[in-house]
Write a protein that binds this ligand. Structure first.
Ligand code: NAD
Length: 368
């Protein structure tokens, strides 16, 4: 059997800096856990535009379709702000998501004990928090037709259309139920069935899939506005939340802030299973290219490292190894290791991106 394959697209800004630490961790798994990966690397975003005049070449796109998982750093930067929309760095990322049909976006909100005071909420509300928001990523109001701005009489009207097919709802619901089975077996589905027909259909389809295929999972429904309130009132009541593209966009950002720094947040975007049974998959930190700190050794690599932990869990069926990596991160934070973004108001002396990588590798060694 050949090794599992990874395509690394480090991208722009701090992308290559944080990805360098992930590469050391991948090497560690090859050396110390007998888990070698076949790695290829390529360009995405501004750096691809600089070299090829496009943020993602057809060749890179084809490679992404072939590998078992794609790891992405970040794209963008002020240098590219004035480019035409069609070649902006973000278009590279959107093309990957679209052509790989990555409809299920997983955003964990996990609060490490050592960072609980970072949240804008009280420690007791967020300490130990571990929830997962599953956002539908390829349909809904961001894609629905008709859309646009046109004249009606003598004033402009802006139009977007919320549209979901049954099969689009069913596949993301399945993805959430599958995930819940690996966690605490609880799904809360959020929509606005009280005021939107697409929400009524969403609730019906999620309920049908649940009854037919996942009756062992506990399912509840909540209106998304109440969901937003509950997320900041008592987030620990949730395990997996499944919701549409628009509500997921808002709810996952709100949930992200429960945990403190942007430098801590991983994500996964999954599609349908490939011939080998693994889902099409792209793993990336939630943060951007952070031009304000690029090249200074200040970037926190943890979001990108935890994205690789998600790859171990969701692409490579190595849940115990993902646990090991997450525990190593938790350990170094408990020991007081802090990049600059993790220093509280009381200050302290930050460690560099590489030193954070060193500390996590040492904690991995100690776990053996
Ligand atoms: P950003 O996430 O890059 O940065 C926001 C703030 O968080 C900055 O102060 C930054 O220094 C800090 N930060 C982010 N990641 C960090 C890390 N790992 N460690 C320490 N601090 C970190 O968002 P922005 O400034 O709005 O955008 C910058 C560029 O990134 C833009 O070109 C934007 O389009 C792009 N962007 C890309 C992605 C992506 O690649 N998925 C996501 C968001 C923004």
């Amino acid at each position: 059997m050949s090794n599992p394959s990874l395509l690394i697209l480090a991208g722009d800004g701090i992308g290559p800096e944080v990805m360098a630490e992930v590469k050391r961790i991948i090497t560690w798994y090859g050396d110390k856990r007998d888990m070698p990966f076949d790695i290829s690397e390529d360009l995405v975003g501004g750096c691809a535009y600089d070299k090829h005049g496009t943020p993602l070449t057809d060749e890179t796109m084809a490679k992404a379709q072939e590998v078992d998982a794609v790891l992405l750093g970040a794209v963008g930067g002020p240098k590219y702000d004035d480019l035409d929309f069609s070649v902006k760095p973000e278009r590279g990322l959107l093309r990957l998501r679209k052509e790989m049909d990555l409809f299920s976006n997983l955003r964990p909100a996990q609060c490490f004990d050592a960072l609980a005071d970072f949240s804008s909420l009280k420690r007791e509300i967020v300490a130990g928090l571990d929830i997962m928001i599953v956002r539908e990523l390829t349909s809904g109001v961001y894609f629905g037709e008709p859309r646009g701005i046109h004249m009606e009489g003598n004033e402009r009207v802006g139009i977007n259309t919320q549209r979901y097919t049954e099969s689009e709802i069913a596949r993301v619901a399945r993805s959430a139920f599958e995930l819940a089975r690996r966690r605490s077996n609880k799904v809360c589905s959020m929509e606005k069935a009280n005021v939107m027909e697409s929400g009524v259909l969403w609730r019906q389809v999620v309920t049908e899939i649940h009854e037919k295929e996942y009756a062992d999972v506990q399912l509840s429904h909540m209106y998304a506005d109440n969901g937003a309130m509950q997320l900041v009132r008592n987030p620990k009541q949730f395990d997996v939340i499944v919701t549409d593209n628009l509500f997921g966009d808002l709810l996952s950002d709100a949930a992200a802030m429960l945990t403190g720094s942007l430098g801590m947040l991983p994500s996964a975007s999954l599609g349908l299973p490939m011939a080998n049974g693994r889902p099409k998959a792209l793993y990336e930190p939630v943060h951007g290219s952070a031009p304000d700190i690029t090249g200074q050794g200040k970037a926190n690599p943890i979001a990108c490292i935890l994205s690789f932990a998600m790859a171990l869990r969701y692409s490579f069926d190595a849940g115990a190894e993902a646990d090991r990596l997450e525990a190593a991160v938790e350990q170094v934070l408990a020991d007081g290791a802090r990049t600059a973004d993790l220093l509280g108001p009381d200050g302290g002396s930050p460690i560099s991106t590489t030193q954070m990588g060193d500390a996590i590798l040492a904690a991995l060694d100690a776990s053996l």
